[in-house]
Design a protein around this ligand. Sequence first.
Ligand SMILES: Nc1ncnc2c1ncn2[C@@H]1O[C@H](COP(=O)(O)OP(=O)(O)OP(=O)(O)O)[C@@H](O)[C@H]1O
Ligand code: SF4
Ligand SMILES: [Mg+2]
Length: 350
Amino acid sequence: MDKTPPSPTVIEARDLKTHFQARSSLIGALAGRQPRAIRALDGVDLAIRRNEIYGLVGESGSGKSTLGMSLVRMYEPTGGEVHYNGENITHVHGKALKDYRRAAQIIFQDPYSSLNPRLTIGQIIEEPLKIHRIGDAAERQRRVEKALELVRIPAEENLHRYPSDLSGGQRQRVAIARALVLEPQFIVADEPVSMLDVSIQASVLEILDDLSRDLGLAVLYISHDIATVGYICSHVAVMYLGQIVEEGTAEDILTAPQHPYTQRLMAAIPSIVPDENRERVELKGDVPSPLDIPPGCRFSSRCPYATELCTTVEPQLVPTAEAHRVRCHLYDAEAVATHPSLEPPTSQAA
Ligand SMILES: Nc1ncnc2c1ncn2[C@@H]1O[C@H](COP(=O)(O)OP(=O)(O)OP(=O)(O)O)[C@@H](O)[C@H]1O
Ligand code: SF4
Ligand SMILES: [Mg+2]
């Protein structure tokens, strides 16, 4: 048995919520109605350790980016807490917020719009050091070169080039170098390869993987694509309408998904359905709006197993194995026992 103690937790979300205010319609405003809340992130718990790449998957609009932005404090959460190295940083301001923003970086999806086209690669990577007033010119130059080396871009030939001189893959590596130059401990990589050619996606993912291991980084890797998370993530969480519906080791999630939603996400990818005899299931319908979250289970409008219990009582995230949690009444004996008059779901129903 592996006796290695687990790495320390770097970042932790506790019941984290970020709600936005919807714009009122003209009629609503004239009638004096209060604007409604868009519950984009609605009670998420997760912990990411040193050296860990934690995958976050889910359909468009499920709240993945809102979670990433809330964790790095680009959004101020509406409720719950974010802890960084054990400290509650949810509402810190001033110097404490500036220090945290140095330690927690985000890399965005689009390497074309995220780099200023008028600055050279050297200037782009140096900029955060200047903003944070780190080092003199020589020290900054040293750090810029080191950051480029980490993303495998030769400094000498590239420092004076412009983003337009680089390929998409190189630009994304420059964006990673710009995040690394501040020596962060936590990085959110929000769909970092989804706009890149499939042929170069793997090389960028390999860099992220090496960085996490070599620098001890905690990484939240956000992706639409449940298949790619399996390559580099140790743990995976699946989001649906602002909540985590399943969480576990990447192996468990990819090979033995338990939540009906995860099963359908997996089945939608033919290459990772190993058993040809396995029943083909489809993900039908759209995700409901976070302005109108349905009562009970948020997935009930699309779930083939849904019963009265599902549409009435909200399921909790319950453990089904040591490192596996699922939010579904199929696995929640307590909810079934507490509501004996409501018909519970069974997996035979679909
Ligand atoms: N700043 C904002 N103001 C209002 N609503 C927002 C804001 N940001 C996100 N939303 C809404 O919150 C919900 C979650 O959005 P989010 O961008 O986090 O989803 P996502 O999972 O990252 O989607 P995608 O895969 O398309 O990037 C969506 O309904 C979105 O319209
Ligand atoms: S709680 Fe019910 S509706 Fe929700 S996923 Fe489970 S079986 Fe489906
Ligand atoms: Mg997003």
